[in-house]
Design a protein around this ligand. Structure first.
Ligand code: KIV
Length: 269
């Protein structure tokens, strides 16, 4: 089946900001050229998420991803999908202060064609976002449940369950917008709180586990295509049964090999 997309437009930060109150944004993760090419003309943005440390490398969390690995995967994605608006997720420990953040962001721009970087943090990291954006780095923020805080927070905790926490999240979003970010990922947040955040700022919010009130959605590709079988978080929708289909196909291949029905005459030289 071919999907003919005649409204594909190459994105930039201005166009992305214009989605606010206009049209919903669709973002998906990718870690390699093959899948990035499939997503290129359909999704509005591709995120090379540090979730690759889990989905690709099989690690228990995102914390051990390195900048070199993120650069390697971003180059693969940008090669497969040169027309995509690709965002590199800055890994844990690469933006601990504003100077280090800028040095590492410049390295990303010098070594990849990433259009932007993403960093986790709210009011506490706004000064870092401000330093990056005032030095011409396009920054996507990330607030709410922040996977890079998993060990310091003692787990993955849904945010915005109390008025106080909701108010903190709104302050985080406003601080990151003021610091010059062009959009903010809002992860693992009660939908009422996500609504307050979305209404409080004039840049798009991209939700994951934050309900439908945000200005767009992001999902990890292997989750949404059903390749990850260990568990299904509540907010993930499976758009295909990836793991099952792959296993059935490999099983069919093995049977064909065992029966010597593969390769057939027309598959020989
Ligand atoms: O690393 C990632 O894939 C992310 C998304 C889930 C937003 O940060």
């Amino acid at each position: 089946m071919s999907i003919i997309k005649n409204d594909f437009e190459k994105m930039n930060v201005t166009k992305i900001k214009n989605f606010k109150n206009n049209k919903k944004l669709t973002m998906i993760t990718a870690y390699d050229a093959l899948f990035a090419k499939l997503f290129e003309e359909i999704a509005d943005m591709i995120l090379v998420g540090d979730s690759l440390n889990m989905s690709f490398a099989g690690k228990p969390d995102t914390l051990s991803a390195t900048l070199e690995q993120m650069i390697y995967h971003t180059n693969a994605v940008c090669t497969g999908a040169p027309k995509a608006f690709t965002i590199l997720d800055m890994p844990f420990g690469t933006y601990i202060n504003k100077d280090e953040a800028l040095t590492n962001a410049i390295k990303v721009y010098q070594k990849t064609n990433a259009a932007a970087i993403k960093i986790e943090g709210g009011e506490d990291r706004a000064h870092i976002v401000e330093h990056l954006t005032s030095n011409s780095i396009a920054v996507m923020g990330h607030i709410g449940l922040m996977p890079q805080y998993v060990r310091s927070e003692g787990g993955y905790k849904v945010r915005g369950k109390t008025i106080e926490d909701t108010e903190q999240l709104v302050r985080d979003a406003i601080a990151i917008e003021k610091a010059g970010a062009f959009a903010i990922v809002v992860e693992g947040v009660m939908s009422e709180a996500a609504k307050k955040i979305t209404e409080a700022i004039s840049i798009p919010t991209i939700g994951i586990g934050a309900g439908k009130v945000t200005d767009g959605q992001v999902l990890v590709w292997s989750d949404m295509l059903g390749f990850f079988e260990d568990f299904k978080p509540k907010f993930v929708r499976h758009y295909m049964k990836g793991a099952q289909e792959v296993k059935e196909a490999i099983n069919q291949y093995r049977n064909d090999v065992q029966e010597a029905s593969f390769p057939a005459k027309e598959e020989e030289y």
